[in-house]
Design a protein around this ligand. Structure first.
Ligand SMILES: [Fe+2]
Length: 198
């Protein structure tokens, strides 16, 4: 028999997505406040000159994803972009990124033991019956972890819950997160499902 994977959740991965990590790291560490817990930069990196080329890369990659998913849209925009520095012992609790269509993370500085990102199954009904797992399969997992590696880019639907487990390494882990939202007419007024996002 042939399995049909209905209602898949599209997560896009690219290793070696950008390459200029040292420049990004320097720009982020200039803003970094060591005394902060779970430090995050201002969410406007997309407007800062030092991140212009990185923003271009994110724009191109998210356009690729929107087009690959065959969405029709008038325009889109990177709405928020911010850096995260996760010190040893810190974590990011489960969350989503509301009011956007795509979100992503790019790893600027990691080491072997840096925590990755874990996505959890968005279908609560799928947890009702949980047989013993003999072998882990994508089809039956309720969580999926992607490792954090320097220069890796991950783009996912903004509604998909994710978290970062405790940083058990000895070093800080630096990443850049971003959100993307469609602009102009979203949806189709002919089927009474549309909104305009200026
Ligand atoms: Fe997030």
């Amino acid at each position: 028999m042939i399995p049909n994977l209905l209602f898949p959740t599209p997560v896009f991965i690219e290793q070696n997505a950008y390459g200029f990590n040292k420049d990004l790291q320097d720009a982020i560490l200039k803003q970094y406040d060591k005394s902060a817990v779970n430090w995050q930069s201002k969410p406007n990196l997309q407007t800062q000159p030092e991140f212009t080329n990185f923003h271009k890369m994110v724009y191109q990659k998210t356009k690729y994803v929107l087009d690959e998913l065959q969405y029709g849209y008038e325009d889109f925009k990177v709405t928020d972009m911010w850096a995260n520095v996760l010190k040893p012992g810190e974590e990011h609790r489960p969350h989503t990124h509301s009011n956007n269509i795509l979100s992503g993370v790019y790893y600027v500085a990691t080491e072997k033991n840096s925590p990755g990102i874990i996505f959890s199954d968005p279908r609560p009904q799928a947890q009702v019956i949980k047989p013993k797992i003999i072998k882990r399969l994508m089809e039956t997992s309720d969580m999926c972890e992607y490792t954090a590696q320097k220069d890796k880019l991950i783009i996912f639907p903004s509604w998909l819950t994710h978290f970062v487990p405790t940083n058990k390494s000895k070093n800080i882990r630096i990443s850049i997160s971003f959100n993307v939202m469609l602009r102009g007419m979203v949806g189709d007024s002919n089927v009474l499902q549309s909104a305009v996002y200026p």
